[in-house]
Design a protein. Structure first.
Length: 64
């Protein structure tokens, strides 16, 4: 069984939202700030889901 990632990268945000790379980077920055994370820390699927309102199962469908 293939493992899915638990980390969301800007490329994933681009695919999910259909927006540009810069938009995805800014969105990840907003999510980090929302969750009181430092700039070097990763954003998880759950954190992305909490911020965007998209269920984690749907986000997971876009991750390999």
């Amino acid at each position: 069984m293939a493992q899915k990632r638990c980390i969301v990268y800007s490329k994933d945000v681009q695919i999910i939202t259909g927006r540009s790379e810069r938009y995805a980077q800014l969105l990840l920055q907003k999510i980090r700030k929302f969750h009181n994370k430092k700039p070097h820390q990763y954003v998880t699927v759950q954190e992305f889901s909490d911020f965007s309102g998209i269920p984690p199962e749907n986000v997971g469908d876009y991750l390999y």
